[in-house]
Write a protein that binds this ligand. Sequence first.
Ligand code: GLA
Length: 744
Amino acid sequence: MKKTFFIILASLFSLGMSAEKVEIHTPHNSLVLDIWKGGEPKFVYYGARLSESDLASLPNPTNANWSHLEIYPAFGATHTQSETAFAMKHVDGNMSTQLLVEDYKKTPITDKAPNGATRSGELLTITMKDPLYPNIVNLYYQTYNDVDMIECWTDITNNEKSTVTLTQFYSSVLPIRRNNVYCHHFHGSWASEAQLTAEKLNNGVLVIKNKDGARNATSDRQEVMFSLDGKGQENSGDVIGAALMYSGNYRIMVDTDDSEFHYFFAGINPDNSEYHLKKGEKFTTPHVAYTFSSEGLSGASRNYHKWARNYELRHGNKERDILLNSWEGVYFDINQKGMDQMMADIASMGGELFVMDDGWFGDKYPRKVDNSSLGDWVVDKNKLPEGIEGLLRDAKKNKVRFGIWIEPEMANTTSELYEAHPDWIIKAPGREPVLGRGGTQVVLDLSNPKVQDFVFGIVDNLLTKYPEIAYIKWDANAPVMNFGSQYLSAAEQSHLYIKYHEGLIKVCERIRAKYPDVVIQDCASGGGRANYALLPYFDEFWVSDNTDALQRIYMQWGTSYFFPAIAMASHISAVPNHAVFRTTSLKLRCDVAMSGRLGMEIQPKNMTDEEKALCRQAIADYKTIRPIVQFGDLYRLHSPYEGDNLASLMYVSENKNKAVFYWFKLETFKDEHFPCVKMAGLDPNKQYKVHELNRIDNKPLDCEGKSYSGAYLMANGLEMPYSHIVDHNKQNDWSSRVISLEAQ
Ligand code: GLA
């Protein structure tokens, strides 16, 4: 293979085609490609921003080692033994493709970012063509002027005389130089999302994928970070991050062959998804967002957070309300009096919003448990005789905003919707549907435009009728359980996975065009849809159905690699926890929830006055740090995954005048010893005054009210007592601290 490659390379040069190094950059990153007309575009460099002189004399890795550095290799004409990014069957049955550069151009662009903000940067378009066929494949790289993010994607236009079939269509390939590289990725399942795995890249292939069909973040996640020179450090070392921005099945692969590079591939999962592209049609792949940071894993996370808040996440620069969600408090036991009581309780603790979760709907089939009514989005008049009007009136009376739960892409076979439209559900033609949650749940077929209209209509009806609804929790609690569309033609059955997600995005776009302001939570059995394809339409996501404070420390840690705290809904709930049955202290539950978008998910009626007082204090304290948590820079300090029973992180405001430090003890033993956690991200020359938030101890910390320089705090940190000094009858085995720092 190497020999063939050398011959091709040599013959290209002998034909007199000149290679050109093309650089694109963000404030601190450069990406350099080697592009020559008539040749395949190749990778040269991705890392810290290059000076003009280094750029001018940049060595070409292709010449130094036998590495094949094509950034979009296509199968069959020359690449047959290595992994490829693209493969297709031409009209004449030929399965080989060669993508050679026709042209390239760099253009400054200012356009609307996915969340509606205006962004500026540069767009590099590399236009490629097969010498034998008229199809055009464009490879795009888009930079941002103010954040270190480069998005890459491709499109293919079929210019052949009839339909062609795409069998492989990765969005992007990035070669990464071998050098003791570690890959940080996130494994998960229901109630245990975003579990961090860090592994050294070895020879062979690492595959990370999802095949859920509907919710692609419940399992492994499509975002990965590579520490380039040894095991990743949080606040030092070179790191590349890559986030695929897709809501459907995906495939991430890192192939390490006999060359000097690891090859990162990311894109739509091609399994059972071959795509028939009609004459004249264009197929566009999802984007991959890359960043490089020389400030470690946390540095790469900060790049994603800033990009997310500014350009991806809906209302990314607007403070989030502190809310009470009814789910763990009352489950399906919804009634008007109960909702009114919960609204009054959250208002009395300082909350700003109440969200009525599942159980409020269904007429012919009222939703008593999870086995009916999805699809019938009308109020259950037995539970709520005064309807949503009554709830909105109570919200007004209690001075809180009101939100409501829906699961619009789903139905139960026990529903009026299913009775009317059995052909709207996903199932193989001729087969019985496979049934999910409650033994009756089915997934609506969003490839069908009528279903898209119906799903849009659910939100549209609610918001036209009740414009005071301030918040919607959009849930999705089933995977695609049996493959087949009753809408798509026989020839297009393999488009279902892709068309479902096109349909979902179309619906989201219609909703946001008409309702730009309403807050919408992205939930899918917990964090099943934490992804950058959907977040532009959503304000936040539910991190997990598991609200256990201890496991949340791990899950929120993993989630924070790619998603900012403002998007991470984190709720105080009851004990024993409903998912893992652990009893943690209320103080720990408050502190952990205060490190994300704080909320509550509990029946306040069952809380003691003392517990309510602690939550009231947590809410009041959170309001003082809300802008730092929600808009600040994250520094992860001590990982819970280290296995030494300690976790610590902090947020620092952009001007470094304010910070908030979190310290969580994960387990208690006698004769325990923890490091004194060094802080990060502060201004070494500023003096910071220390104040403990959410304090439960009878006496203040030694450092309370004192001032320390940023230099001291970053070199030494502050000693945290290993337990709380409280009355004997209040002692337990949990210990946590939230410390605010304010520059004098
Ligand atoms: C899913 C969600 C929960 C809750 C229930 C309601 O499991 O993740 O938060 O809304 O559905 O049925």
